[in-house]
Design a protein around this ligand. Structure first.
Ligand code: OSB
Ligand code: MG
Length: 369
């Protein structure tokens, strides 16, 4: 497949509900969409960078810059038979994983369409539905959060994740347990704690959480290892794992017992699969995280989450948990049993709603050789 033309679009979409984590509050979702044209087909990918460098170092503007000036020139006019040929082409460009992942996802979409294969099949997925949960932000009051938990359990979500930070942690978890009993529950700190918080984090051990996600610094697997040795609850790393090699080192050190896989953080779906395979070979369960993706990024996450070692519920919720109008048709919906069905059509397996994309585009440009 010769990549004939590329289009970038920066989008800004209102979220149906503001999302607050220990690093900040988002009311609108930003991202860069990548559209690649090859042999009469078009493939779509999402670079889920945010407006500010709060989750990782990227922003929509750095993603755009690196895509326009460094990544797209390496793929335009090139014949790529398999998306796995792409990571070696950009390996010399340090980091900018979300920017790379946006192009790689569009290549996977093209590849699936050209072969008449779903993305899930192309990646080695083995299940038709994925067990999912919902990730809930920090709320103005505990009551407001409890109402949110009740709402999403009522919709059928079978696992709740809540964001924590110092001052919004043990009491919050205690109240959720009191109100909702033995639901599947986990917490995500997005690096809000330091090793000095170990005694406080140990208090969480009494609540039977599935895991504690990324309590310490994103660059610190050493302190995570020391903390894991003091906790009964599994630590799950998110921000700290940006390559499959990071996963190996974290597991060698005992820094975590679970890994959250986000293809965009790892530079693409192929790196996501490699991280999955490594964890599988070591008996370490993984689950698919999310970055408030639009439907375009979310169906790619669903395909990845259909691989066999994704053993814990994914942070992949239905379209209406994020957006009033998602960018795909049909939108992502929750099945009554708390799962989401993996699209079976070729490539992403859903139609892209260009009219809605157009309405939410704040900047666009086309590139050719
Ligand atoms: O840490 O998992 C995270 C959203 C944005 C940035 C980081 C994270 C998250 C989520 C939401 O927890 C997951 C989702 O529903 O997409
Ligand atoms: Mg996280």
């Amino acid at each position: 497949m010769r990549i004939e033309r590329a289009e970038l679009r920066e989008l800004s979409l209102p979220l149906v509900f503001p999302f607050e984590t220990s690093f900040g509050r988002e009311e609108t979702k930003a991202c860069v969409l990548v559209r690649l044209y090859a042999g009469g087909l078009e493939g779509w990918g999402e670079a889920p960078a945010m407006a500010a460098p709060l989750y990782n170092e990227e922003t929509v503007r750095t993603a755009w810059h690196v895509l326009e000036d460094f990544i797209l020139p390496l793929v335009l006019g090139r014949d790529l038979h398999d998306p796995r040929e792409f990571p070696p082409l950009v390996r010399h460009l340090r980091r900018h994983h979300m920017a790379k992942a946006g192009v790689e996802a569009a290549l996977w979409d093209l590849y699936g369409q050209a072969r008449g294969q779903s993305l899930a099949q192309a990646l080695g997925g083995t299940r038709g539905t994925v067990d999912v949960g919902v990730s809930l932000g920090i709320e103005p009051s505990l009551d407001a959060l409890l109402r949110r938990v009740e709402h999403f359990l009522g919709l059928g979500y079978r696992r709740i994740k809540v964001k924590i930070k110092p001052g919004w942690d043990v009491a919050v978890v205690r109240e959720i347990r009191r109100a909702f009993g033995g639901i599947r529950l986990q917490v995500d700190a997005n690096s809000a704690y330091t090793p000095a918080h170990a005694p406080l984090l140990r208090e969480l051990d009494e609540f039977d959480l599935l895991l504690i996600e990324q309590p310490l610094g994103e660059d610190d697997i050493v302190d995570h290892a020391a903390l894991q040795a003091q906790l009964r609850t599994p630590i799950c790393l998110d921000e700290s794992i940006v390559t499959p090699e990071d996963a190996r080192k974290a597991l060698d050190l005992g820094a975590c017992r679970v890994i959250n896989i986000k293809a965009a953080r790892l530079s693409g779906l192929a790196a996501g699969v490699r991280t999955h395979d490594l964890c599988r070979s070591r008996g370490i369960p993984v689950w698919c995280g999310g970055l408030l993706e639009t439907g375009i990024g979310r169906v790619a996450n669903l395909a990845l989450a259909s691989l066999p070692n994704f053993l814990l519920p994914a942070d992949i919720s239905a379209s209406d948990r994020y957006f009033r109008e998602d960018l795909i048709d049909p939108p992502v919906t929750l099945n009554p049993d708390g799962t989401i069905t993996v699209p079976q059509g070729a490539g992403l397996g859903v139609a892209v709603r260009l009219d809605r994309i157009e309405r939410r585009t704040v900047r666009s440009a086309t590139f050719r050789l």
